[in-house]
Ligand binder design. Structure first.
Ligand SMILES: *[C@@H]1O[C@H](CO)[C@@H](O)[C@H](O)[C@H]1NC(C)=O
Length: 209
């Protein structure tokens, strides 16, 4: 679900868009299967057949193997709970748990029509963790632009999920905000070094796939 989490979606007040019949059939099948959640078409993809967002899914290779190799090299430390018997809470929202960082945690970034989810995933998570670790004395976004286009040679063509972390720890990363969000609202982070350069675009039309 990594890809889905990193495809930036702006919900709020979008106009109603006609839903592609194949997409509607998929949505209906979720309800028929008795899911405890409600599926809905996002306006950005609603009018396209399922698969229109494929070009945004840029994680390459076997990411599980990639992580195993990083653990073996000592570059990644697997999480071990301090209290294995602790009850799992009914719900958990990091933006509520660390309200001082909610502005970073709640900042859902738009990767445009670019297969850069591998970069966005890393830069968003690293920005949030940096804020949490410093009790919000370092509350600013790290640059998707820097990671997407400098951490590997493929950029929008895809990358590994470990690449942002290797890049940040070996080379460092500059700050970078966004163009305005998809509602045209200011994201509230001004004066950053390297903002993401690609404007939000509609996905490819089905006949262009
Ligand atoms: C974090 O910052 C807040 C606000 O400045 C402060 O009230 C709180 O004590 C700090 N927490 C820690 C663990 O330093």
């Amino acid at each position: 679900m990594l890809y889905i989490a990193t495809i930036a979606l702006a919900l709020a007040t979008q106009p109603e868009v006609e839903v592609h019949p194949e997409r509607q059939a998929q949505i209906d099948s979720v309800a028929k299967a008795g899911a405890k959640w409600v599926a809905k078409a996002h306006p950005r993809f609603a009018s396209f057949r399922p698969g229109a967002s494929m070009s945004l899914l840029g994680v390459k290779g076997d990411w599980a193997q990639d992580i195993r190799e990083h653990i073996a090299k000592g570059l990644v430390t697997p999480f071990v709970p301090q209290n294995a018997n602790m009850a799992i809470p009914e719900s958990f929202d990091s933006a509520t748990f660390w309200p001082q960082c909610s502005k970073s945690i709640g900042m859902i970034r738009d990767q445009s029509n670019c297969g850069c989810c591998w970069a966005f995933g890393g830069s968003e998570a690293a920005s949030d963790r940096m804020c949490i670790a410093t009790n919000a004395s370092m509350l600013f976004p790290l640059s998707d632009q820097d990671i997407c286009f400098n951490a590997n040679y493929n950029g929008c063509g895809g990358g590994q999920i470990s690449t942002p972390w290797t890049y940040i720890s070996s080379k460092g990363v500059v700050t970078g905000g966004l163009y305005k969000d998809s509602e045209g609202q200011d994201t509230g982070f001004k004066g950053m070094c390297s903002d993401f350069s690609l404007a939000p675009l509609p996905p490819p039309r089905p006949d262009q796939e």
